[in-house]
Ligand binder design. Sequence first.
Ligand code: DP6
Length: 353
Amino acid sequence: MNNPFKNIQGEVAWRAPSNIALIKYWGKYGNQLPKNASISFTLNNAFTETHVKYKAKTNENKDISLKFLFEGKENLKFAEKIQKFLESIIPHFPFLTYFDLEINSTNSFPHSTGIASSASSMAALALCLTDIQNTIDGGLRPNEFLEKASMIARLGSGSACRSVYPYLAVWGKHSTIAFSSNEYAVPFHETVHPIFKTFKDAILIVSSEEKSVSSRAGHALMENNPFAENRYKQAENNLNNLVDCLKSGDIQEFGEIVENEALTLHALMMCSSPSYMLMLPNTLKIIDLIKTYRTEKTVPLYYTLDAGPNVHLLYPEENATEVETFIQNTLLVNCENGKVIYDQVGNGPIKLK
Ligand code: DP6
């Protein structure tokens, strides 16, 4: 058989973390391109580890040949998703059609927490595939490697493209961010005040049920949202101002912008057509308790939300003890089975093999 990769086989593995957006990506066009630039903290404890074994095919079949295991077990729903994704990226990775692939993926966080795993899982897979291409074809310089992995991750899930960098990443063309692009994310930490590089994120699980409206559907509803154009302008300004705070270490202004982004995201859902709501009564209770606590104790504790009911609490490392006491004593009763995941800003992906 005419396989240019005859007899080649190997295994790669990467760990990639999840990320939490401070300026939200909400609305896209074309092939997974964002309507506005977004910025996120890269997390540390919520991650996916993906192993990819590849072995040159001994037959002429040009279909993707995939065995997919999630946490060691076959998972048809995920396998189908990955199969489609791999088919869609053949133009970027023609080698994919010449190998039998076995992918094994595990998450550090339980599957049923309502924490989206698409960012970490797509980033880990994209890093593995870019790594394989680099091994068999060679030629990518270190910054090109991460750019390519970020671009591939983006095609799997937009927000995933920000998960390949340490600390913070920006995705989307923005006038004040050098080298920013709609195609891939870029690292953003060199000019960032050190207080943000050890920031904490406690994720309060209000509900772990599957969302009634997926992010994909939510992005699509932005197309007819009457506030869409103003929203994209607001995101541009918010990112501008947030970058100043990240550089100067102005936590209060940082918190105001981040909370404004979270509430705007959910307001956009509420005024979509059809409208929907992903916040739950306990989401609002928690937000209210945070505001009261912040005023009474003058502790810099802020919140953000994903496209879901869970609340991310953001606070400096130096306030961890008091904030975590507050979480345990006051907030956890509003969580599903008292569930919380303590996370923090992290160093980015790790090559495991
Ligand atoms: C609210 O990246 O999950 O978390 O590109 O369709 O996979 P797809 O959407 P996804 O959307 C994330 C939306 C968000 C904000 C953000 O992470 O920027």
